[in-house]
Design a protein around this ligand. Structure first.
Ligand code: ZN
Length: 471
């Protein structure tokens, strides 16, 4: 008999090993998708969070109800441990609904739709009435200078770009108007700001969101509101006809002292490496308008579902897998910071964290904050995702809440669903349960579980000593 060279035997053996590994992986991933699609639980959880609880702004009664509800639901899953992690959060309330109108000289007033930005001060009790100066961004302020801005309301009207495929990039190109617009305009003597809503859709729904006065003293803080895209276009067209029109608005929002709230955490202990942690999460708080179904009810229930899928599919993780429902992403990120702080205190070795906070739409893939070598390893798993139409594996960006876990070895990732409709709903009254599709939500959960399964099984040990810098 002809001798088979040793290297060939080795090659065949290695190949067979790789094949059986990948077959086992395919089967396990199929199982995770099957459980998600045939016996999904996420949509029912989302129904409760959205319709029985509703908007969950930090420090509100609803935020506490969401903490109690998700803790109780995690306890039903038979996890090894479920607990609350205390964290102090800001408390801001909208108060009675805002009211605003445009008054052109000699014409009747026209009401417009606005929402106070989160963290804004109120207008005076009798409201605020002033002339308006329209700008296309913060950089315009210097051009107009104090002479033209003082005593006026600055109207930021730069729209989101429509030519960008990734809508988060379009959002990123405008969000400075909302976040810092008031602080910057106040430096030029503006008395208030109105910001075009961050949405591609032209409709009547204003989109709120966080803003900051930076280190401006209380006496210099001016009220800031978002105006619907339709009314932003209307205001702009009215200003073209007559720059002398008046804008009036009244807002009743209020800032309170910080209050205690919680991150909700559950875990399955690892069978082989219990001291290595994998986190999957979303944020439990939401804005107060709408019911926060996409932002981030979807991410919350998908993350809970990941642990349930492991249990139901009978996949026992080697490492400890934690679901973390972060509190206060929207107006403070206190929950994300607290979780990372406690993890550091306890010297917990987090090898991977995955966040879902981009809506409950059809999953396309993931983005990663990882080293080249870590990313290459992840990319080698791509074929396993192909049957589920998951193809997008890109560098850069993960999730706000897991950001504080960043260090030189932890891989961070974000689920990337289709983003074309996300900003139709983001931070607006239209972010409701009806706008979430059950199958899309379930596919997202199964996709997340599949990635967690692969990271748990293979880890990044072999590239631990890679000297290159985290990108
Ligand atoms: Zn969010």
């Amino acid at each position: 008999m002809k001798k088979i060279p040793f290297f060939l035997i080795l090659l065949l053996a290695l190949n067979a090993g790789a094949q059986s590994n990948s077959e086992a992986d395919s089967l396990n991933i199929r199982k995770l998708y099957d459980v998600a699609l045939l016996q999904g639980q996420g949509y029912a959880w989302l129904d409760h969070l959205s319709n029985k609880i509703g908007g969950r702004l930090s420090g509100s009664v609803n935020a506490q109800r969401a903490v109690d509800y998700t803790k109780a639901e995690l306890e039903k899953l038979g996890l090894d441990r479920v607990w609350l992690q205390p964290v102090m959060v800001p408390k801001w309330t909208r108060g009675n609904p805002e009211y605003a109108y445009i008054q052109s000289p000699g014409s009747p007033s026209n009401t417009v739709n606005i929402l106070a930005l989160g963290g804004s001060v109120a207008t005076p009790d009798t409201g605020l009435r002033a002339k308006v100066i329209e700008v296309q961004g913060i950089e315009d302020l210097a051009r107009y200078g104090k002479e033209q801005i003082e005593g006026k309301i600055v109207f930021y009207n730069r729209p989101m770009r429509t030519d960008l495929i990734h809508t988060f990039e379009a959002y990123g190109g405008c969000v400075d108007q909302r976040y810092s617009g008031a602080a910057e305009a106040a430096k030029y003597g503006a008395v208030g700001v109105i910001v075009r809503s961050l949405s591609h859709k032209i409709d009547d729904y204003p989109h709120t969101g966080s803003m900051s006065y930076g280190d401006l003293p209380n006496s210099k803080r001016i009220p800031a509101a978002a105006i619907s895209t339709k009314d932003a276009e209307y205001l702009s067209s009215m200003l073209k006809l007559n720059k002398d029109l008046d804008f009036y608005y009244k807002m009743n929002c209020r800032n309170f002292e910080d209050v205690e709230s919680y991150n909700v955490i559950g875990e399955i202990k690892g069978s082989e490496r219990p001291d290595e942690y994998i986190v999957v999460g979303g944020h439990l708080d939401s804005w107060d308008v709408g019911d926060g179904a996409h932002d981030d009810g979807a991410g919350v229930v998908q993350s809970m579902e990941v642990l349930r899928l492991f249990k139901e599919a009978g996949v026992r993780p080697k490492r400890t897998i934690r679901v973390v429902l972060f509190m206060n992403e929207e107006n403070g990120l206190r929950g994300g910071n607290k979780y990372a702080e406690v993890a550091k205190q306890n010297a917990e070795n987090h090898i991977f964290a995955l966040e879902s906070d981009s809506g409950g739409f059809t999953p396309r893939g993931f983005s990663f904050d990882a080293r080249d070598s870590q990313f290459e390893k992840i990319e080698s798993w791509k074929p396993l995702f192909e049957p589920y139409l998951i193809h997008y594996f890109a560098r850069g960006g993960s999730g706000a809440d897991i950001g504080p876990l960043r260090n030189e070895s932890t891989v961070l990732a974000g689920l990337r669903p289709d983003s074309q409709r996300y900003f139709d709903h983001h931070h607006a009254a239209t972010d409701t349960f009806e706008s979430v599709n059950k199958r899309e939500l379930e596919l997202g959960a199964a996709t997340m579980a599949s990635l967690v399964y692969l990271v748990d099984k293979y880890g990044f040990d072999d590239i631990k000593n890679d000297p290159e810098i985290l990108k």
